[in-house]
Write a protein that binds this ligand. Structure first.
Ligand code: ZN
Length: 420
């Protein structure tokens, strides 16, 4: 790639750093596993902080382990422009998800330093704690707390698989000196937030377009439903007498599909990803069933209407089948609309570099979903092979990464001087 003038990206160095970070893992390569506050997660944090300090960034951490690395601008009174992503990884993941937005941002800053830029606004890199939900069952833990989307009461109820609380875990990890309430950001503390990320879908690759500019981020909601019927011998209990928990669950799963298909929006997606049955024997009527349902759309009204329709169906199905149920809304987040001027600024940076881009929806959610509640936010997507992510064979080429980093550098340079 030739960008003709400034902001030359040292892609060989960045690729080496991506490879090196991938070796800090709970599993041997090519598998990357870095669960929040595991030994690997803590070592990965040290690796990244060292790179930041090497280029003069001022590093601080908050009470939940979010890392902030600031390149001080000439007018430090102005709200900084922020970028960043995450370095935690679900079990059996790859090396690019999140990492491209963190190490890529460091290289973007280095390229700006090499070009002789003096930012007016400070440029701040944020490495978010636990974007992945592995430990506490809730994704974007760090950015939820930064934006105030997760209440301190709710945070206090979080337990990991070993029964340890967030309070226990953050203290053991060395973040116990500050109180959790200090994490929340003030409104307008950043002028903008831009996250560079692999697409995790096939669209850019299929269209052969190097850059996606994210206009909307779909919001997830998830339900957990526990169904209790009456068990019995598969031979002895006649059909009219049955109160089969699995059959109610099966009807609910179909109702989820129907609610998504008939929402009136092609962007509504509904998935029943978990269905467990007790006692789970071939000659026994299922007496209990658990379902977990994920429902998303980019428009909150459409998503909420579909959610309501599912909940109504659950009561109707359970009444008819004489099944008792408990329904828990695990999370119901608001979708984010990206800031139009920021989206334009990213497109303009693509134009400057002669790179084609398309505007798109992020169907996966990211820390950007929550940063959008704090300041104008958007994302830069780059293609990844076959749209694969959350697997060891996740891959974006050096050329694809280089283009994303160049666009990020251009946007940061632009926003560090002007406001959007
Ligand atoms: Zn990610």
């Amino acid at each position: 790639m030739s960008d003709g003038h400034q902001n030359q990206i040292d892609i060989a160095r960045l690729q080496r750093e991506i490879d090196e970070l991938s070796l800090i893992s709970e599993n041997p390569p090519p598998v990357v596993t870095r669960v929040l506050f595991s030994e690997a997660d803590l070592r990965a944090r040290e690796f990244v902080k060292k790179l930041c300090r090497e280029i003069g960034l001022v590093v601080r951490e908050d009470a939940v382990g979010n890392i902030f690395a600031r390149w001080k601008g000439s007018d430090d009174g102005l709200a900084p422009v922020a970028t960043g992503s995450h370095i935690d990884a679900i079990p059996n993941a790859g090396k690019f998800d999140g990492v491209v937005g963190v190490l890529g941002a460091i290289e973007a800053i280095r390229s700006l330093q090499r070009s002789g830029l003096t930012p007016k606004r400070s440029i701040e890199l944020i490495i978010f704690t636990a974007e992945e939900p592995t430990r506490f069952g809730i994704g974007c833990l760090g950015s939820r707390l930064l934006s105030g989307s997760l209440s301190l009461d709710r945070a206090g109820t979080l337990r990991d698989g070993e029964g340890k609380t967030l309070e226990d875990r953050r203290k053991t990890a060395g973040f116990g000196n500050q109180k959790l309430e200090s994490v929340r950001l003030e409104p307008n503390c950043y002028s903008a937030f831009v996250e560079l990320h692999i697409e995790q879908g096939p669209l850019l690759e299929n269209e052969n377009i190097p850059i996606g500019v994210v206009e909307k981020i779909a919001a997830p909601s998830s339900l957990r439903i526990e169904l209790t019927g009456v068990g019995g011998h598969a031979g002895a209990v006649l059909m009219p007498e049955r109160r089969d928990a699995l059959l109610a669950g099966a009807e609910i799963a179909l109702a989820v599909e129907r609610a998504a298909l008939e929402s009136g929006s092609p962007d509504t997606v509904g998935t029943t990803g978990v269905l467990r049955v007790e006692p789970g024997a071939v000659n026994s009527i299922p007496c209990r069933a658990w379902l977990e349902i994920d429902l998303r759309d980019t428009r909150v009204a459409t998503r909420d209407a579909a959610l309501k329709r599912i909940e109504t169906a659950v009561s109707e199905i359970c009444r008819r089948r004489k099944i008792t149920f408990a329904l828990d809304r695990l999370n119901v987040d608001a979708p984010a609309l990206c800031d139009a001027k920021l989206v334009q600024a990213i497109s303009d940076s693509c134009d400057d570099l002669g790179l084609a881009c398309i505007r798109m929806i992020s169907r996966a959610y990211h820390d950007s979903l929550f940063m959008a509640q704090v300041c104008p936010t958007s994302m830069i997507f780059i293609p990844c092979r076959d749209g694969v992510s959350h697997r060891p064979d996740e891959f974006s080429s050096p050329e694809q990464i280089e283009k994303g980093v160049a666009v990020l550098a251009g946007v940061l340079a632009r926003l560090s001087v002007d406001s959007i």
